[in-house]
Each structure stands twice: as structure tokens, then as C-alpha cells.
Design a protein around this ligand. Structure first.
Ligand code: EPZ
Length: 419
């Protein structure tokens, strides 16, 4: 089992090109199933979750190859419509292959996604929506068997009880080849939804309204492959900005998606850091102790503050001057990183969905275990800003969403190695 060894206390300085978005890459890779041909994806991040998605595509008969950050996926031939339980369990978000497989083949067998570090991950909205599109669904022994009697889904009007990202993606993936028009009300507005729709439009799909709460999709019989550049990762941007804010120094992020990162930046600038943005660059300088954020930091669906940035900002505020309050409104247990930060000297009280973070003068190094993807990144941030050495185990969580984090940190002058 690999681990990170970090020597904290050094300021960071440098320029970092942002990786492609994990949460765009995964649905777009699923969407290649619909193209019945070859697609080339640029800026595809080298992540374990991306390779898990490639294994799913290969297992059903597609041909995936990678060269650096370019993926070539040929989905001309689909040999089967069942995805093994083992492959489904490798990646929680593999449930989006359900909508894509139904859109391609009119049937699929997948597994109920296990709960994960963030708590139970129900898919009731996914299943209810697909049911309205003519999919017969029954569960048996943890497997979900889906079939469309006519072989082709039918367009439907769907209102989501909550703007679920995954449910919105599954509906879109099934609707683009359905018979008729599908309308999604209360759709998720995350930028990754727009990126998925941008890819699908290049494949010939007819989609309007993505990025807003009402999306209209006119089903097409046939889509084709295309060449597409995946958007950059706004959560990875939030991570490295929080890292330099906490450790002090300055960073220029290039290949950044500035508007999409605004909901995070508008909170980060309240800590007193200097932040400047241009079309695809974000510059941050952090010289003195951060200020606590006065207003409550509420995680909300986009364009609210992103839940995926909650842990990394908490790590930065753990040594701020004053008290900050978080309210986690998206996932049931997304404060599992708090214990590790407390072990490093943070003063954090979790009360249900609220976490009260009383800033301490300094954190100190400790040996901790990554609990989940963003919680693990938070521990790296805390360790880099702390005094002394830290060890972080279970870094496989971090590798799911961050390309070689230790290289990026060393590029910025930090002391971090993988052993
Ligand atoms: C996506 O997860 C992201 N993952 C998550 O990023 C992100 O935190 C989340 O959206 C919210 O922005 C990917 O894109 C691969 P949801 P998803 O469906 O689709 C409940 C990361 O760190 N819900 O919007 O699973 C659900 O339990 C990951 O990169 C139902 O109750 O999120 C959760 O509480 C973590 N029933 C809330 O809605 C359903 O049918 C939001 O879930 C579906 C969801």
C-alpha cells in the first residue's frame, strides 16, 4: 500500500496546468457507447477512475487506448450489455453506463452501486426517470436488469425531486437516441453536464438548455463519433488554490475554467488571499494568515458552493484567524476528514450537517489515513501547511481524482513523495 510522506511548513510557488475534469471524463466515456464509431478525447486525465471506466468499455466490446492525455475509444461493436459486479464496484459512478447502454442497445444488466465513503448513494431518481422512458427495471440479488420491450426508449417529461448530477446524466444518455422528445425539469446545472452535452452535440445529438434547470433533448436514431477536448477540472483548481492559500506563496493555474470555478472563488477571496482571473488563468497570492469566512459556507447544487470543495477549503481554514462554519447539504457523511485534521491540531466540531472550524495558530504533522477522494486531498493540504512531517496512507483514494499529486506539489516547491 503506497503512502505520501510530506514535510510541511514550506511556502509554494509556481505555475500549474490544470488536468481535465474527472467528472466530465467519466460520463463522456460512457457516452462514447452511443456513437457506434471512434471518438478521440483530449485532456483526458490519467486517473484510476478513468481507467476503471475504460475497463468497463473494453469488457462490453469497445476498444480503448490511451496516449498521454488522449483517449481513443472505438464503440463500433458491442459484444454484451451486462457489466460485471466487480467492474461496477470499482467505481461508484459507473451507474452512468446504465443510461448509455440503454441508449445504445435497449437493455443492460448492472449492479446496485455500493454505498461509498460519502454514505449511501441511492439511485431512486435514476430508476424512476428511466421507467418513465419505457425501461422495464427489476432488481434481483443486487443486480439491476433493464430492458426496453420495443428496443428503443421513448421521450418523456421528467421532473427531478433534486437536481441530481448522475440522474440528469443518465436521462440525457438514454434520451439522445430515444423516440421523441425528453424534457428534464429541475435538471442539474453543473458545468460537467454542459461538457457532456457539448460532446453529445458533436456526435450529432440535439440538446438544448444544458446549464439551466430545463433541458430538452430530441432523440436521434443514430449518433457518430467525434473529437473532443474535455473541460478542465474545477475541483482540482479549488484544491491547489486552497493548498497555496494554506501553505502561503503564489500560484498561476493555466488551462483553468474561470466562470465554472467562480462559486468557489467567491468564498476563497473572503479569506484575504489576492486572486486575479483572466480567460483561462487563475492567479493566487497568499502572504499572511488567512481570515475565517464570516458567512456560513453552504454546499449547494451548482451554481452554489460545490460540495467537492468543502473538505479542501476546511483544511485551509483550519489555521485561519477566527471561526468558519460549514453546512454540508449534499451528502450524508462528508466530514470524515475532520478526525484527521483534528489529529493535526485542528479545532473542528461536527454537529450533524454543520461543522464549526475554530482556526488554530498552526497545525502539526501527524500520521493519518485518507478516508475518501476529497478528504484525502484535504489531508495533503493540512500536512503541507503544518509544522513537521506527516504520513498519509490509503492514497488510492486520492489517485482516483488527482493526476500524480506529488509531482504537482514538488513543482510548486513542496516536499512530498510517494513511497
Ligand atoms: C456527482 O455525484 C459527482 N460525481 C460528485 O463528485 C459530486 O459530489 C456530486 O455529483 C454533487 O455535485 C461524478 O460526477 C462522478 P448526485 P452524483 O446524484 O451524481 C442524492 C467527487 O468528489 N441522490 O448529484 O452521485 C445523493 O445521495 C464526487 O468527484 C438520491 O437520493 O451526485 C446525494 O445525497 C463525489 N437519489 C445527492 O442526491 C438519486 O437517485 C446528490 O447526488 C440520486 C442522488
Amino acid at each position: 500500500m503506497q503512502k505520501f510522506i510530506i514535510e510541511g511548513g514550506k511556502s509554494l510557488r509556481g505555475e500549474l496546468p490544470l488536468q481535465g475534469s474527472k467528472n466530465s471524463s467519466l460520463p463522456i466515456m460512457a457516452a462514447t457507447l452511443l456513437s457506434c464509431g471512434e471518438s478521440t478525447l483530449h485532456s483526458c486525465p490519467q486517473l484510476t477512475d478513468v481507467y476503471a471506466a475504460a475497463r468497463i468499455l473494453n469488457c462490453v466490446g469497445c476498444k480503448c487506448s490511451f496516449s498521454g492525455n488522449t483517449a481513443v475509444i472505438d464503440s463500433a461493436v458491442i459484444e454484451k450489455t451486462e457489466i460485471s459486479e466487480q467492474l461496477m464496484r470499482e467505481m461508484r459512478s459507473s451507474i452512468i453506463f446504465m443510461g448509455a447502454m440503454l441508449g445504445r442497445a435497449g437493455e443492460c444488466v448492472v449492479s446496485v452501486p455500493g454505498g461509498c465513503e460519502l454514505g449511501p448513494r441511492p439511485i431512486d431518481m435514476h430508476l424512476a426517470a428511466l421507467g418513465k422512458m419505457g425501461v422495464d427495471i427489476h432488481e434481483s440479488g443486487g443486480r439491476i436488469i433493464c430492458r426496453i420491450a420495443s428496443g428503443r426508449a421513448k421521450g418523456a417529461k421528467i421532473s427531478l425531486a433534486f437536481p441530481s448530477v448522475g440522474a440528469t446524466e443518465n436521462i440525457i444518455l438514454c434520451a439522445v437516441t430515444a423516440d421523441g422528445e425528453t424534457v428534464i425539469n429541475n435538471a442539474a446545472r453543473e458545468p460537467e453536464i454542459c461538457d457532456l452535452c457539448g460532446f453529445l452535440r458533436k456526435c450529432g445529438a440535439e440538446i438544448k438548455g444544458d446549464g439551466e434547470s430545463r433541458i430538452v433533448i430530441k432523440g436521434k436514431k443514430q449518433l457518430h463519433g467525434c473529437e473532443y477536448k474535455i473541460m478542465s477540472d474545477r475541483i482540482v483548481a479549488a484544491t491547489y488554490l486552497s493548498m497555496v492559500a494554506a501553505a502561503k506563496g503564489e500560484i498561476i493555474l493555466t488551462n483553468a475554467c474561470v466562470p465554472e470555478t467562480e462559486p468557489f472563488l467567491s468564498v476563497l477571496e473572503q479569506t484575504g488571499c489576492s486572486i486575479y482571473m483572466s480567460d483561462n488563468r487563475i492567479y493566487l497570492r497568499s502572504g499572511s494568515r488567512l481570515k475565517a469566512v464570516r458567512e456560513r459556507i453552504r454546499t449547494m447544487p451548482h451554481p452554489g458552493f460545490p460540495t467537492d470543495a468543502q473538505a479542501v477549503l476546511m483544511a485551509a481554514l483550519a489555521a485561519a484567524d477566527g471561526t468558519s462554519i460549514f453546512e454540508e447539504n449534499i451528502f450524508d457523511c462528508r466530514y470524515r476528514h475532520a478526525d484527521a485534521l483534528i489529529k493535526m491540531g485542528a479545532d473542528i466540531q461536527v454537529l450533524g450537517k454543520v461543522a464549526v472550524v475554530k482556526g488554530r495558530e498552526k497545525l502539526h504533522g501527524a500520521n493519518v489515513q485518507a478516508t475518501d477522494l476529497r478528504g484525502g486531498a484535504a489531508m495533503v493540504i493540512a500536512a503541507l501547511s503544518a509544522e513537521g512531517a506527516s504520513e498519509i496512507t490509503r492514497i488510492c483514494h486520492i489517485d482516483r481524482g488527482y493526476e500524480k499529486m506529488e509531482y504537482a506539489v514538488r513543482l510548486l516547491g513542496g516536499e512530498m513523495r510517494r513511497v
